[in-house]
Structures are given as structure tokens and as C-alpha cells.
Design a protein around this ligand. Structure first.
Ligand code: ATP
Length: 304
């Protein structure tokens, strides 16, 4: 009997490096970014429905606020693109159990798009290879190809051209979450505004970070975290500076705003340090909520 339903589990990401080049003529920026997939997951369940019923969506879990349930949801966009490219009639219900914070700089929407590509490939037996999946993914958003891959990877271009990074060891993170997200385009625009008087060169891979990852040296990784969008995120949300200070005061090895924020990611030495910092951040009263995670973990995959 044909399979009618599948659940794909997909992780969140943090950016260990996000170096942003000048604004190009097309409005985009070239970046060099180092992604790490971390152990906070959305589960995307896709169930085939009656012919001609179209695609519907429901959102459950603890991060539902602000997730669109119309055609602008990236999971629905993924089905529309696959239907077009593979000449399919897709009739399905998508249920997203969301744990990845929305608009938090952790690529939650991109993760759901990646999971949907895998689910549709599975249910419609498309037999897509990795390259075909990555091509579709890149059309949906710069972060989507990485969410298929997971692990640790360097993204260039718009962040969608991936090469694996040589990384060893497990890294422990404490994440300070905000209840209100930041818009990625607004953060890029603020970054351009703040840098309007400066000469901006093309971004380069941070070799010290790469060496630290290869050496499985969390102290050195912590020292070499970089995010060119951090100043812009802090300018739009000044309270983030306080969050960064509190975490560092309590012994984090490194701290940075993740992606376009407002999530702040703290790297710590082990699980015990993660628990201590999570308690300290919660007690400080400067953060909305706190989560703990480790990475790298695998990318989107079918739950068996
Ligand atoms: P990135 O790190 O890739 O910049 P982000 O984590 O900042 O992404 P998302 O969680 O992907 O941001 O949400 C950004 C916006 O995308 C949301 O405000 C929402 O309107 C829209 N969106 C579309 N589909 C989804 C989805 N499946 N889950 C969450 N947000 C979605």
C-alpha cells in the first residue's frame, strides 16, 4: 500500500560566523557564514489528502505565534514550487509541531521548507538526489539548503552555496530567546545604514574559527565567533547588549546574536555550565526565555 503520511524532523541553526559584504546592485549581500545545526527541532508531518483538496496547514507546539497559515508559509511555498517543477498535483495536510523560535535568527521557516521537500519527495516517490533537493531549496531561501544538510558547513554567495566545514567535537549552547522577533530585511537595512560611511570589503572565511573547530577547541571557537549583523540587531533592539553582557559575566566562552537575531547564543564548556548559565540568565530577568542545545546535529530527516 502506498505511504500516506510521513514526519520529517528538522533542526534549528546558529551562525558561528556571519560576515556580510557590501550591498550589491541587486539589493542582496554576499556573505560568508559558518552554520551549525543544533538540537532544537520542528517536526513536519505531511499527510496525503483527497484529490483536489489542495494543501492545508496547521501549526502546533510551543512556538506558534506569528507563524503564517496561508500561502506565505515556507512549507506551503515548498509544495507549490515542487508541484510546478515536478508537474504534480499535491493534495496534502501539513502539520508543523514548532519548537524553533519564530523570527529568531534560527532559520525556523527555512527548516520547515527543507523538511517539506524531503516529505514530498518521500510521499510522491520523486527519487530526488541531494543536488536536486538543494536546487529547489535555494529557490525558497538562502538558509534552506543548509537545513537539508545539517552538521557544520560554510555558506557563501547568499549563504546557499555550501561546503562542509571540518569540525570536531560537540558544542553546548544556551539560547536567550526574545518573545518578539526581528525582521531579517530590517536588520540588513540597519547594517547598511550603520556602515554607510565605511569601505566594506568582500567577506572572507575566518581562519581562526576554522582552526578552532578542527581542533575541537570550544574556548577558541568562543573567542572567534563573529556576526556583522550584531551591531544592527543591537541598534534595533538595544536590550540585546545587556543580554550579551549578562551571559559573558556568567562565564560563557563566547556570545553572539544568532543570524539576524534577536536570539542570543552563548557557547559554554559543557552541559553543567549550560545549566548554570541558563539559571543565571533566567534569574537576571533580562531575557524572555532560555533554551539549551548542542551541536552539530544532522539535517532534516524522516522519522522512522
Ligand atoms: P533566518 O534565521 O533564516 O533569518 P528567522 O529564524 O529569523 O530566519 P523565521 O523563523 O524563519 O525567521 O521566520 C521569519 C518569518 O517567516 C516569520 O516572521 C514568518 O512570517 C515567516 N514564515 C513563513 N513560514 C514560516 C514557518 N514555517 N515558520 C516560521 N515562520 C515562517
Amino acid at each position: 500500500m502506498p505511504v500516506k503520511s510521513v514526519t520529517v524532523r528538522v533542526p534549528a541553526k546558529v551562525n558561528l560566523q556571519l560576515s556580510v559584504g557590501p550591498r550589491e546592485a541587486d539589493g542582496f549581500h554576499n556573505v560568508v557564514t559558518v552554520f551549525q545545526a543544533i538540537s532544537i527541532y520542528d517536526d513536519v508531518k505531511v499527510t496525503l489528502s483527497e484529490p483536489k483538496s489542495g494543501v492545508s496547514i496547521s501549526i502546533t507546539g510551543d512556538q506558534t505565534h506569528g507563524v503564517p497559515t496561508d500561502d506565505s508559509n515556507l512549507a506551503i511555498k515548498a509544495t507549490a514550487l515542487l508541484a510546478k517543477e515536478y508537474d504534480l498535483e499535491i493534495d496534502a495536510h501539513i502539520e508543523i509541531k514548532k519548537s524553533i523560535p519564530v523570527a529568531g535568527g534560527m532559520a525556523g521557516g527555512s527548516a520547515d521548507a527543507a523538511a517539506t521537500i524531503i516529505a514530498i519527495d518521500y510521499l510522491y516517490s520523486l527519487g530526488m538526489n541531494r543536488e536536486e533537493m538543494s536546487e529547489i531549496a535555494a529557490k525558497l531561501g538562502s538558509d534552506v539548503p543548509f537545513m537539508l544538510n545539517g552538521g557544520t558547513a560554510i555558506g557563501t554567495g547568499h549563504g546557499d552555496q555550501l561546503t562542509s566545514a571540518l569540525s570536531r567535537g560537540t558544542y553546548h549552547w544556551v539560547l536567550a530567546l526574545s518573545s518578539v522577533g526581528l525582521s531579517t530585511p530590517a536588520v540588513y537595512a540597519e547594517c547598511d545604514r550603520l556602515r554607510s560611511e565605511s569601505e566594506i570589503s568582500q567577506p572572507q572565511t575566518n581562519e581562526l574559527l576554522m582552526q578552532a573547530l578542527l581542533a575541537a577547541d570550544p574556548k577558541s571557537v568562543g573567542k572567534n565567533l563573529v556576526n556583522d549583523l550584531q551591531a544592527a540587531a543591537c541598534s534595533l533592539r538595544p536590550a540585546l547588549r545587556l543580554v550579551l553582557d549578562v551571559g559573558q559575566e556568567y562565564g560563557a566562552l563566547g556570545a553572539l546574536v544568532s543570524g539576524s537575531g534577536p536570539t542570543v547564543a552563548f557557547l559554554v564548556s559543557d552541559e553543567e555550565a549550560a545549566l548554570d548559565l541558563a539559571v543565571a540568565l533566567t534569574a537576571s530577568g533580562v531575557v524572555g526565555s532560555v533554551a539549551r542545545a548542542y551541536g552539530p546535529v544532522a539535517g532534516a530527516k524522516v522519522l522512522t
